[in-house]
Design a protein around this ligand. Sequence first.
Ligand code: AMP
Length: 267
Amino acid sequence: MIIFAAMNSIYYSVRMHAECNSRHLSGAERLVLPEQVESVTTDLLLRALQLSPDVVSVSVDKILSEQIEFGAIPSITLMPQVGYEQGRKEAVALLVEAGVTELSALRAIAAIANGASEAGFAMRGAMLVDVCSGERLEKDHTRGVRASRLDLTSAAALSLTTLLQQHDLTHLRTREALVLAAKVLAAPSVVAELCWSDAADYTAGYVASQKTGYCRFAQLKPLGDLRGGRAFFVRPDADLTATIAFLEQTPFLADRHGAIRSLEGRQ
Ligand code: AMP
């Protein structure tokens, strides 16, 4: 594990959300030093504008460093290259290894595959799924629960980017998903996470848990499918108010990361 200390006392949480026809289009988050706010805000705005949105909201909130929880990006396993159907089967096996029942894993996969929002589209945030029954626990099935106020320290980002480049993982989404998984796994009562993207051209997804680390699949959905999503699996006795407060409110910076092992060549 490589650890980098963060010294500054003030950070800003910069959050972007874009919509089209009242539907979620894109969202992104950074937690940065004051001198980075201008360039990061511009980057997020430009990213949203490329998608021809109707509305883009950007918010900037001051965060004191004593409010920040520091944590680790999990170790990464690049899973063997298989089609999305086989990938989903292997994702279920990993979730079971992490402590999720097969029923719960299958229900979450079916919900994401069918479009988990009320209207059958991708949600804006994640489902909260009971690790035993597979019951959905989030109040709003369209908004879901957002993991927010999260980022990597600059030193950890530099080190992680170098490591990811060695495995040709240069897409910004990979880094963002790793940071999100780090925060989700640090949340009280969360056992595991399942994700695949809602972007039509991005088929990758992952299972993350303390037990398995972050296991990345190149394909968890067919190319062109706009249905993607996230499930955060929580213990049946979870204090959901505390879990959601941590995910949405507590500032989180990953200051260390694990290694990458590749099983990609294996079948
Ligand atoms: P993406 O990986 O950005 O394509 O997102 C895939 C899905 O994950 C989205 O459709 C949302 O349902 C969910 N999602 C995206 N960002 C977040 C977040 N910050 N917190 C919780 N869920 C999210």
